[in-house]
Design a binder for this molecule. Structure first.
Ligand SMILES: Nc1ncnc2c1ncn2[C@@H]1O[C@H](COP(=O)(O)OP(=O)(O)OP(=O)(O)O)[C@@H](O)[C@H]1O
Ligand SMILES: [Mg+2]
Length: 389
């Protein structure tokens, strides 16, 4: 009669393509029961947005089908997002498992558009998602969500995020008249506002918090990198050389601060002709790929140029909601899955580091001992963490 060892041995042949580890050692098999040849267990995936969810489930079924003398097999598939930021006892924002900063070197490349649609794409997979509009100088998320007159309440000294399409949203634009005055605020005040938005907001349990940053390498991106541990940075660029050259500056700054770079998404990548479905590379080709190769960071997707994206943004109707089957929405969904996969990879690295630390292997800190380092409890990236596939 088949035994549990045999089942686990078979299941260990199933490898998670992102994490490059077998699903048994990753703890993805839960509640396994084997009674008189009747087998049941739960496969707990690392994120509902994993690009390989179907493939992993298929591989599990195939592995089990290989076992003879099983009378019955019941499989339940769930997903529990891994913590991609180290959450020590004294870490703020403990209820947020992953924080993703969306950055660019240059303005107007589509950070806000991409942040919003990615947040919606992740949310549509079943993940719990928040969106923090950290562009205090020029908040655009309320307009893009049709919430120009939206506001946030304060309860028990905590900001209550607004709710839109199931997203938890915080923006400086929700404070009446403030957005017009933001330009006169100086560095320390701007940093203070961002810190409050981060740590004084009643974020409920979130799998992913997307932080839409202003362009460049100023006070706001610096504050994000130095205030709380974050999972990583997503860099947005357009295909033109000029934009990608500036994007390099943003990548370099976060690398210097020891913050992992999750990868790069190229926006306004190409135009799909509505008549012939051909791709036209209006702004040139390969800006995102170039950065990905130069910094050895993953290339996570390309979003087409589409008039619907722009008009949807201006009228407060994001394309992920109004036209979820369009090529643009498909591209956002694909990128969102790749980003979720990168968060799982960061989380797995963190777990390994914690294991190594508790077994006393890593007495030497991998953190740079400089004043520029990411906060103490940050995701302690090793140099390799920015150079994976
Ligand atoms: N893929 C796209 N197709 C068509 N229009 C787009 C696309 N992405 C962004 N846009 C449009 O480009 C403009 C700039 O986008 P967005 O505001 O998202 O850029 P940003 O990088 O956040 O800008 P800023 O640096 O000012 O914060 C907006 O009008 C937006 O609707
Ligand atoms: Mg913006």
């Amino acid at each position: 009669m088949v035994g549990i060892d045999q089942v686990l041995e078979k299941l260990s042949t199933v490898i998670d393509p992102d994490l490059k580890k077998d699903i048994v050692s990753m703890g993805m098999i839960k509640d396994l029961e084997l009674n008189d040849g009747a087998l049941k267990f739960t496969l707990e995936l690392t994120t509902p947005a994993c690009p390989f969810n179907v493939e992993i489930e298929d591989d599990v079924r195939k592995a089990i089908a290989d076992i003879s003398d099983l009378k019955n097999f019941e499989l339940k598939v769930t997903a529990k997002v891994m913590e991609g930021r180290s959450l020590d006892d004294d870490t703020s924002m403990k209820t947020v498992k992953n924080i993703i900063g969306v950055a660019s070197g240059k303005g107007g490349v589509g950070k806000s558009t991409v942040s919003l649609n990615l947040a919606l794409a992740l949310q549509q997979t079943g993940a719990k998602v928040g969106l923090l509009d950290a562009d205090i100088y020029g908040p655009s998320i309320p307009l893009m969500l049709g919430m120009k007159d939206g506001s946030m309440q304060v309860e028990e000294n905590k900001l209550q995020p607004a709710d839109s399409h199931g997203l938890k949203v915080v923006s400086f634009g929700f404070f009446a008249d403030q957005s017009n005055q933001a330009a006169i605020y100086r560095g320390p005040i701007i940093s203070g506002i961002l810190k409050q938005f981060l740590v004084d907001t009643a974020w409920t349990d979130l799998d992913y918090l997307i932080v839409d940053l202003p362009p460049g390498t100023g006070d706001i991106p610096l504050t994000l990198a130095q205030t709380i541990p974050i999972t990583g940075i997503l860099v947005i660029t357009t295909p033109q050389d000029v934009a990608s050259h500036v994007a390099v500056k943003a990548v370099s700054m976060f690398e210097k601060l020891n913050v992992p770079i999750l990868g790069v998404v190229e926006n306004m990548s190409h135009f799909i002709c509505p008549n012939c479905d051909d791709k036209h590379y209006i702004f040139g080709e390969g800006g995102g790929l170039k950065i990905s190769e130069q910094f050895k960071i993953p290339f996570l997707g390309e979003i087409p140029l589409n008039a619907g994206i722009m008009s949807g943004s201006d009228s407060g109707k994001p394309i992920m909601i109004t036209n979820p089957d369009s090529p643009s929405a498909v591209a956002f969904r694909k990128s969102a899955k790749n980003i979720a996969a990168q968060c799982s990879i960061q989380a797995a690295k963190l777990q390994e580091e914690m294991k190594a630390e508790s077994s006393g292997d890593s007495s030497e800190s991998t953190e740079k001992e400089t004043t520029e380092s990411a906060p103490k409890a940050a995701a302690k990236p090793t140099p390799e963490s920015t150079t994976q596939n």
